[in-house]
Design a protein around this ligand. Structure first.
Ligand code: NAD
Ligand code: MG
Length: 390
């Protein structure tokens, strides 16, 4: 019988790539539910092609607009509760968690608790609630497969069945970063960076929020926190290395001096296909890697002055408690303000830093406490964004 899959965030960049891989293997995978916030045209087309049992939208209005455009037998629902329902439904085997930002936390957690195989693209849920999320995965008993290309690479370079990286003889992890579109841009021109320039990533086509995060390198900061939770390592054992070609997706260094890497073209369908079929392998549609065409692989250390968000994230994870949740919330608010032309590019890091400086941390022992920290940090970040507005 085909594996039944819910794709959370189907209308986004990862969602579209996921459906592309699924469509290549109709005998293996069938779509149970698709979700998307507001892109009714995309959801209508996807529902016609993949014939899911449910489509979930973000609002009543979007659901009403979609209703007449889905095939017979497909139900249209809307809102947060419906997202959690299609993530945890008894018939579902696998959930692709590809909603962007904090909005992904509750449905991803619902899938974890229900023991689903969770394909995790929504790194923000691990950053916000790493401890609680990993506990929910353990209690649910499902498998957790990383979709982020770097973490998927690390997963592939670790021995199967490891408990945590230290037990597997790992000395440290090398987390690849492309350096984004501004790796060599003159620093004194950063204030005039526009949203479109920040979203023009040299190697990856992604949603706008993660594209801005890549330009500030906050994305790598969030990924550092994600790696600590996924692989049970201390932040000091994760080294960020800039590799502009985005071919070596990350590396694992062992105590005997061996360093294992995973390579491939920068196309998210590779980690998606890996996670879908794990521990088997299936075709993804990605072109084979031509090393002669790539010709060279470069590596360099990140410049802390150019990318202050990296240190902010490293400090947040070292400080622990709800610092990472505050970091994530402040970053989401600042990035949204930047994309909306209300904040300069360089002010993103300043807003996050100001929120973290004000933060009095506590240990979030429930999801309600995480959500409280998220709300509080958002309010603070809003105030700082207005004070620093263009
Ligand atoms: P995107 O903006 O292209 O898509 C986001 C999806 O989330 C859309 O389907 C959108 O409708 C949905 N969504 C947004 N807000 C929502 C809300 N409030 N409620 C319900 N649904 C909502 O983003 P993306 O690039 O596909 O990224 C998705 C996730 O995957 C992010 O967490 C990102 O960090 C991670 N990720 C993406 C890539 C990539 O290559 N795009 C790589 C690694 C990790
Ligand atoms: Mg990544």
């Amino acid at each position: 019988m085909a594996e039944l899959i819910t794709v959370l965030g189907a209308s986004g960049s990862i969602g579209v790539s996921t459906l592309d891989v699924i469509a290549r293997h109709p005998e293996r995978y069938q779509v149970f539910a698709l979700t998307g916030n507001s892109r009714v045209d995309v959801l209508a087309e996807q529902s016609q092609r993949h014939r899911p049992r449910y489509v979930v939208t973000g609002s009543r209005q979007a659901a009403a607009a979609l209703e007449p455009r889905v095939p017979a037998g497909c139900r249209v629902l809307w809102g947060e509760e419906a997202l959690a329902e299609v993530a945890a439904h008894a018939d579902v085997d696998t959930v692709m968690a590809a909603i962007v930002g904090a909005a992904g936390l509750l449905p991803t957690l619902a899938a974890a608790r229900a023991g689903k195989k969770v394909l995790l693209a929504n790194k923000e849920s691990l950053v916000m609630a790493g401890d609680l999320f990993m506990a929910a995965m353990r209690e649910g008993g499902g498998a957790l497969l990383p979709i982020d290309s770097e973490h998927n690479a690390i997963f592939q370079c670790l021995p199967t069945g490891y408990r945590d990286a230290a037990d597997a003889g790992v000395s440290h992890i090398l987390l690849s970063a492309s350096g984004g579109p501004f790796r060599t841009r003159p620093l004194d021109s950063f204030d005039s960076v526009t949203p479109d320039q920040a979203c023009a990533h040299p190697n990856w086509a992604m949603g706008r929020k993660i594209s801005v995060d890549s330009a500030t390198m906050m994305n790598k900061g969030l990924e550092l926190i994600e790696a600590c939770w996924l692989f049970g390592v201390e932040p000091d054992r994760v080294q960020v290395v800039i590799h502009p070609q985005s071919v070596v997706h990350s590396l694992v260094a062992y105590v005997d001096g061996s360093v294992l890497a995973q390579l491939g073209n920068p196309d998210m369908r590779t980690p998606i296909a890996h996670a879908l079929a794990w521990p088997e392998r299936i075709a993804s549609g990605v072109a084979p890697l031509d090393l002669m065409a790539v010709a060279r692989l470069d590596f360099e250390a990140p410049d802390p002055q150019r990318f202050p968000c990296l240190a902010l994230a490293a400090d947040a994870v070292r400080s622990g408690g709800d610092y990472p949740a505050a970091l994530n919330a402040a970053n989401e608010v600042a990035v949204a303000a930047f994309l909306d032309h209300r904040l300069s590019f360089t002010a993103i890091a300043k807003v996050v830093e100001a929120v973290l400086n004000d933060w009095s941390a506590s240990e979030p022992c429930s999801i309600a406490a995480v959500q409280h920290a998220d709300r509080t940090a958002r309010q603070l970040a809003q105030t700082y964004s207005e004070a620093m507005a263009l």
